[in-house]
Design a binder for this molecule. Structure first.
Ligand code: GLN
Length: 202
């Protein structure tokens, strides 16, 4: 079955580098949609929670009646969190503690790399096809615990940096800042798979 309609994928556009995600989604064959209100989640096939400042995003989500609708969306549709987005998705946030959606079975430590190492560009092996992956880290969190259902697709210093749990993808780095479009392509693939799965059951 050919499925060449572009999936509509939202990018939470409260703060942070959502424009670069929108461009990466477009390059991967999706139609990006900037999301600033809970009503805008309706009709989306997937969603990206970008990097930025998780505390700021969390405050906005809580004060605009957005938090619960976002959690509900995560239970139904593919979601991709990057950096601060992973902090929002995590089951537990440390250093300091912070409320989160609790949908991704990981514990994260914020700003885990200290001041000297706030930003780094590394290249590492990945389970994604096509060889080593460039990873841009900016005040990155570290995934310090993960549940059995969380598959590791790439690591930094032995800690998971790119993970998948069912239809959720999470990167502690910023794939939207690399030329390499494979991470966004993988997510668009997950969104397409979910869409075709639903249709096939009908
Ligand atoms: N340090 C930020 C936080 O704790 C995350 C940084 C990022 O998204 N680049 O929310």
């Amino acid at each position: 079955m050919s499925e060449q309609t572009k999936p509509r994928i939202g990018v939470l556009a409260i703060q942070g580098d959502y424009a670069a995600h929108a461009a990466a989604l477009a390059a991967a064959g999706a139609e990006p949609v900037e999301v600033r209100k809970p009503e805008q989640l309706a009709g989306l096939a997937g969603l990206i929670l970008p990097g930025g400042e998780s505390t700021t995003m969390l405050k906005f989500l809580e004060s605009h009646g957005f938090f619960d609708s976002l959690r509900e969306f995560c239970a139904r549709k593919p979601v991709f969190g990057t950096c601060a987005g992973v902090i929002l998705l995590a089951r537990e946030v440390r250093h300091p503690k912070q409320k989160s959606l609790g949908v991704l079975d990981v514990a994260v430590e914020r700003n885990a790399y200290g001041r000297q190492n706030e930003s780094a560009i590394l290249t590492a092996e990945t389970k994604l096809e096509g060889g080593p992956l460039e990873m841009v880290f900016i005040r990155a969190p570290r995934i310090v615990e993960r549940g059995e259902g969380v598959e590791v697709l790439a690591e930094r210093d032995g800690f998971p940096a790119l993970v998948r749990q069912g239809q959720m993808l999470a990167a502690t780095f910023h794939p939207e800042l690399s030329e390499d479009g494979r991470v966004h392509a993988a997510f668009v693939g997950m969104v397409r798979d979910q869409g075709s799965g639903n249709r096939d059951q009908g």
